[in-house]
Design a protein. Structure first.
Length: 386
């Protein structure tokens, strides 16, 4: 049988020693033994786990490195697991599994209508105009045309005070102009609404964003802003000392029409604008003393008399509640108070019963500048959507 000796594998006779190998096999075995013993000094197969760092170990490492390098040179590209193919006998099974595997759904790019891009790029000044049918939903139509959510919402807020949104029909048409910053692209996801127009029931409405009385608001083609309800009392904590109507004048000594109300207050009490508007007159005015008259638009106006001092000038825009001057007793007056008048279409009305919707109104040179700006905006070539 075979048994291992210190140098390798050898052969020894059985226990009885009676068995004898054929002569040619004994000769071949002897030849192998001689060759093995002749190669053993080279000791090519080294146990790299023993004698680490010795000359024998280093020789084994060098031999292993040379063998690996030769393998890479002979076969530089070994097949990877990804390239492996099923064995021939397993090919039918692999094909059946592949056939039974569910096919993933095809991904088809679908353009989001809310991010649609207008066909026309912004003008040189960074503005772009879009017109189209309002369709079944005004908001959806604006978004489909490419307007950002903020722009679409701003448009609806601008026209809502003047047009009943619920009455808009698919046949109506919107008209918007959006201003972009420098270098803006044609995409309308960014931008600021500067013009809001609509043709509703055959009637056009054009609104331009404009700064009036110190704040931005939407003005129509006539330069009138959005109407706001009611007046502010021009003198806080005042006492009504005389009402509207016929009365005996304490200085003139006869009865005549008192076209306003007297609001008694201490000297120097602030007098403010009852509503937004344009100062039409500011200065001395006969029996009114120091007098300010404000035009509010829509045929409405207010007057403030007997002031001790005036802080506004003719042609100036004022906001509701903005300081006009101070209580005094100038002109035909018996004590400090503010004579307050309200006019409608040039006729004086009782201020205590006046609670009209007031719309700020441009006039003069300011109205001319507004109309010129509106003409520039509406002259832009629109990108129409059916």
């Amino acid at each position: 049988m075979y048994q291992r000796d210190d140098d390798g594998f050898g052969m020894a006779a059985g226990a009885g020693g009676a068995f004898a190998w054929p002569a040619h096999l004994v000769h071949a075995e002897a030849t192998i033994e001689r060759r093995r013993h002749g190669l053993s000094p080279l000791d090519l197969v080294v146990d790299l786990g023993e004698g680490i760092g010795s000359a024998r170990w280093c020789r084994g490492v060098a031999t292993l490195t040379a063998m690996v390098a030769a393998l890479v040179h002979v076969a530089p590209r070994l097949p990877s697991f990804r390239e492996a193919r099923p064995h021939a006998e397993h090919a039918p099974i692999a094909r059946r599994i592949a056939a039974e595997r569910p096919t993933p759904p095809a991904v088809i790019p679908v353009r989001n209508p809310s991010l649609a891009t207008p066909a026309r790029a912004p003008a040189a000044d960074g503005t772009i105009r879009l017109t189209g049918a309002t369709g079944e939903s005004l908001y959806t139509s604006l978004r489909t045309a490419g307007a950002a959510p903020s722009v679409a919402a701003d448009y609806i807020r601008a026209i809502a005070p003047r047009v009943d949104i619920g009455e808009i029909t698919p046949a109506d048409r919107y008209d918007i102009v959006v201003a972009h910053g420098p270098g803006a692209t044609a995409a309308m996801r960014d931008g600021r609404l500067v013009y809001a127009g609509i043709v509703h029931d055959g009637q056009p409405l054009a609104l331009l964003r404009w700064t009036l009385a110190g704040r931005e608001q939407w003005l129509d083609a006539a330069g009138a802003g959005t109407p706001s309800g009611g007046f502010t009392v021009p003198v806080a904590a005042a006492r009504l000392s005389s009402g509207f109507g016929m009365r005996f004048h304490p200085i003139l000594g006869f009865s005549r029409m008192h076209q306003g109300v007297d609001l008694a207050a201490p000297y120097g009490t602030p007098i403010v604008a009852a509503a937004e508007g344009i100062v039409r007159f500011a200065g001395a005015h006969g029996g009114y003393g120091n007098f300010v008259q404000v035009q509010h638009g829509g045929g409405l106006g207010t007057g403030y008399g007997h002031m001790s001092g005036i802080v506004v000038r003719t042609g100036e825009s004022v906001r509701q509640g903005e300081l006009l001057g101070y209580v005094g007793s100038t002109g035909l007056s018996t004590g400090p108070h503010c004579h307050f008048e309200v006019y409608r279409d040039g006729m004086a009305v009782d201020p205590l019963t006046a609670n009209f919707a007031v719309a700020p109104q441009l006039a003069g040179a300011a109205l001319g500048r507004f109309r010129a700006a509106l003409a520039r905006v509406t002259s832009l070539t629109p990108s129409s959507r059916t």
